[in-house]
Design a protein around this ligand. Structure first.
Ligand code: NAD
Length: 357
């Protein structure tokens, strides 16, 4: 059965890096007989320029209809002075909320060839391959009531509410267990069980769910310890699952273990496994249009898309192997360049991945 992919290049380096990922997707589409169809639409600043809004109705309906979405990045100085509601980022937030993309998957993979890019010792991070599953649409970032109020004594008080319902915990838990099943079958749930009732319930539900996934080894860890362990011995982890705020912090920490933002993919999925896939980096306006951006994070996002939304594990693995091969060949874009390697452009990197496939 044919499946549809919506390409949303966006702004800045977005169109340059999505073009390379599209070539790679079209190639594996042929090689593996995937029957993917492709469409593209405007989002972010480019949508504002063309239609006046960051998420045109047409884009939203194409996104709803697609099996998966590949996004470049949005934003740039041109649109920085617009009022909040009309900023390019609203296009992304609109897609996340309209499609109910509650599960954010962020792998932190450090190809051994790039171990010197990390600020940690190569032996601590070389070969690192973990995934953080972060709940994206609930928790303290969305809980009500929230605000800043004035107390009777005239002092101001800021307040937020940390809430998770059982169903919210269960659905992110299932994504995490299933992700672990597709990998090394180890899941670490991160909470603050000793202080926060919300995470007492979180832990209870994770334990309950683990009965449905007997092949996955579940462990629990306090978030403060997890932050330490991630820099002490990150390779002890396979999949980590946690709430929105802890996940926000830990996934950035894990990303930085790898030292190269141009290499990191991400996925946001809903209950139907429909997903939006994008590099972790932004639109890099400082290098846009120069043909020097690293397209690998977007190409690796395409691999995640094949794995998690399009049921095409073999094609995903082939892309990941091809990326590893071009790194072995010593090909590097400027952001990951080091002595003794060959510097290539965005398009040359894309071509090299195609040739390695
Ligand atoms: P950024 O990630 O765009 O850039 C940070 C630095 O990393 C820059 O020096 C940039 O040149 C470099 N960089 C990023 N991606 C690269 C790549 N693929 N290859 C080589 N170098 C790369 O972050 P920023 O500068 O803080 O933000 C720029 C714009 O992007 C802003 O408008 C911001 O709002 C937007 N942004 C968008 C997203 C998104 O679309 N998901 C995420 C973050 C930032």
């Amino acid at each position: 059965m044919s499946k549809s992919v919506l390409l949303l290049p966006g702004d800045g380096i977005g169109p340059e890096i999505v073009a390379e990922a599209e070539k790679v997707l079209r190639k594996v589409n042929e090689q593996f007989g995937l029957e993917l169809t492709f469409d593209s639409a405007l989002v972010g600043g480019s949508a504002i320029d063309a239609t006046g809004v960051p998420l045109p109705e047409e884009t939203l309906s194409s996104a709803r209809a697609a099996d998966a979405i590949l996004l470049g990045a949005v934003g740039g100085p041109k649109w920085d002075d617009l009022e909040m509601a009309r900023r390019p980022e609203k296009g992304l937030l609109g897609l996340r909320s309209n499609l109910e993309l509650f599960a954010n998957l962020r792998p932190a993979i450090l190809y051994p060839q790039l171990a010197s890019a990390s600020s940690l010792k190569p032996e601590v991070v070389s070969g690192l391959d973990i995934v953080i599953v972060r709940e994206l649409t609930g928790g303290i970032y969305f809980g009500q009531p929230r605000g800043i109020r004035e107390l009777e004594n005239g002092e101001r008080q800021g307040y937020n509410t940390y809430v998770y319902s059982e169903s919210e915990i269960r659905r992110i838990g299932r994504v995490a267990f299933e992700t672990a099943q597709q990998r090394n079958k180890k899941l670490c749930s991160v909470d603050k069980h000793n202080v926060l009732e919300v995470t007492v319930l979180w832990r209870e539900i994770m334990d309950e769910l683990s009965k449905d996934y007997p092949d996955v080894e579940l462990s629990h860890m306090y978030v403060d310890n997890a932050a330490m362990q991630l820099v002490r011995a990150p390779k002890q982890f396979d999949v980590i699952v946690t709430g929105n705020m802890f996940g926000d912090i830990l996934s950035d920490e894990a990303a930085m273990l790898t030292g190269s933002i141009g290499m990191l993919p991400s996925a946001s999925m809903n209950a139907a496994k429909q997903g939006m896939y994008e590099p972790c980096h932004g639109s890099a306006p400082d290098i846009a249009g120069q043909g020097i951006a690293n397209p690998l994070a977007t190409i690796l996002s395409a691999a995640m898309m094949l794995r998690y939304s399009l049921d095409a594990e073999e094609a995903a693995k082939a892309i990941e192997a091809a990326v590893s091969k071009v790194l072995d060949q010593g090909l590097r874009t400027a952001d990951i360049m080091s002595e003794g390697n060959t510097r290539v452009s965005t398009a040359e990197m894309g071509e090299a991945v195609l040739a390695a496939l």
